[in-house]
Design a protein around this ligand. Structure first.
Ligand code: HEM
Length: 453
């Protein structure tokens, strides 16, 4: 059943209850502010696949059925543009590929797609290997120095940012510069989330921290573009160097790929390490044995030999989809599954809830990589697993992300042992991506050495 959370009345097909502002509205607004994941989980568990609610003047529809995803993202995608959160991110990503719509998006998608196809991906694998080796050498040195705890979410940000830098723009920033970029992107991400929830949204220049972060990032983006001219990079940098939109448009694409090209993979890797670092050592030992059998870091063509690593990474993306919510705004009236969607309404497709939908997943909250074994995955109903989105706006870097995620996970397990410091559930925070709340601390030791207390 669909419910209007603003006034608790059931929604009948073809109606949208007006839902006056009141105590319930304030309640749901506060709940959304406090914990977005919990709000979405509670709402879908209690009311089902289609939930209508209001936030301030906004009409929102929270959806989790596979058919709803196909309706909005594929079959009727012309009626929707990017929505909540991404609309705010436009203040710093401009008309970058993630936030643009219409003709501008179309032109850039065509221009940049070649950088993620065929032979290009193979050429990236040796660069990913090079960066990962130098980053791991530092982490290993730390591990050798004794009882060491690291925030794996932070560490994964550094290595994935360096990988985007080298593969796409021909420049390995190094850990220190990557840390500054990650921090500034985090500040802007945070600003976008606050603005999204604000009843009186203020422009970015009125927030000094966000304004300064954007200034630094734009300077780096321009430096990246200047270096691209002199490097022999074959990633999107080479396409942007000759693109007709001018330096500001190219700068916005650089910022977009710095964000979208690192954060998603970094989050997935951090969650995978966290899931493998719990009480049950079975999965991590199996993954380590598989990586050890290969003996070296796999090239693209050898990835199929890392069958269990793939299963772990895919199961991680099911439980903790980096892009946990796909927000869209209706630019025309629509009707989904018998419910009217007025023009201007916000539609939120909850990937997080889809991936834990009790109708499609047995024991949905448990970490069970075996469900992604090839013979079992073939029996899964279509459309209930969408970590990379769907339709024309699906992830441009999905194969790159899988390659990078599997390689890094295999290398990490080849060289290190680890255990999660905080036992129990790993609390998630739903920002533009799904991140471990307060980071994710692990105790590390080199393979073969005993683990500290
Ligand atoms: C595990 C890793 C990744 C995951 C889970 C992921 C997920 C996604 C999802 C779900 C979308 C669709 C968003 C929407 O429809 O609103 C998306 C879009 C996008 N992703 Fe990824 N992504 C990953 C890795 C990457 C990488 C490595 C890159 C680039 C190097 C990248 C660049 C982008 C861009 C530019 C878009 C916007 C595409 C468009 O609208 O045309 N992603 N990603």
């Amino acid at each position: 059943m669909a419910i209007d959370l603003a006034d608790g009345r059931p929604l009948l097909p073809s109606t949208v209850a007006p839902g006056p502002a009141g105590r319930k509205l304030l309640g749901s607004l506060l709940e959304v502010r406090r914990d977005r994941i919990q709000f979405v989980e509670n709402a879908t568990r209690e009311y089902g696949d289609f939930v209508a609610f209001r936030m301030g003047p906004k009409n929102l529809f929270l959806l989790r059925h596979p058919e709803h995803f196909r309706h909005v993202l594929a079959d009727h995608s012309a009626k929707y543009v990017k929505g909540l959160g991404l609309a705010e991110a436009r203040a710093f990503l401009g008309e970058g590929l993630l936030t643009a719509d219409g003709v501008v998006w179309q032109q850039y998608r065509k221009l940049l797609e070649a950088s993620f196809q065929g032979g290009r991906l193979d050429s990236y694998s040796s660069q990913i290997h090079g960066v990962a080796k130098s980053w791991l050498a530092r982490v290993e040195r730390m591990a050798h120095s004794g009882d060491v705890v690291v925030d794996v979410a932070h560490e994964m940000n550094l290595v994935t940012l360096r990988i985007v830098g080298l593969t796409q723009f021909g420049w390995d920033f190094g850990d220190e510069c990557a840390a500054t970029i990650a921090e500034d992107l985090h500040t802007l991400n945070d600003w976008a989330m606050r603005r999204m929830m604000s009843l009186v949204p203020l422009p970015l220049w009125m927030n000094p921290a966000a304004f300064q972060a954007l200034g630094r990032l734009r300077t780096i983006a321009l430096e990246i573009l200047a270096r691209v001219q002199k490097s022999d990079c074959n990633g999107i940098g080479s396409a942007l160097a000759s693109e007709p939109g001018g330096p500001e448009a190219a700068r916005d694409q650089v910022l977009t790929f710095l964000l979208a090209g690192h954060e998603t993979t970094a989050r997935a890797l951090a969650w995978a390490v966290g899931l493998l670092g719990g009480e049950d050592a079975g999965p991590v030992e199996r993954l380590r044995a598989e990586a050890g059998r290969l003996g070296h870091v796999p090239a693209l063509a050898e990835l199929q030999q890392l069958e269990y690593t793939r299963m772990v990474f895919e199961e991680t993306l099911r439980l903790y989809p980096s892009v946990w919510l796909l927000p869209r705004k209706a630019i025309a009236a629509d009707c989904i599954d018998g419910f009217e969607i007025p023009k201007g309404a916000d539609v939120l497709l909850s990937v997080y809830s889809l991936h834990r939908h009790p109708k499609y997943w047995v024991d949905p909250d448990s970490f069970l990589p075996e469900r992604f074994a090839k013979d079992r995955a073939a029996n899964r109903p279509a459309g209930c697993y969408l970590p990379f989105g769907l339709g024309k706006r699906a992830c441009i870097g999905s194969r790159f992300g899988m390659l990078e995620g599997m390689m890094l996970l295999a290398m990490f397990a080849q060289r290190l042992r680890w255990r999660r410091v905080d036992a129990g559930a790993m609390p998630a925070e739903g920002t533009l991506s799904l991140q471990p709340r307060g980071g994710l601390r692990i105790r590390i030791a080199p393979v073969g050495a005993p683990m500290g207390a």
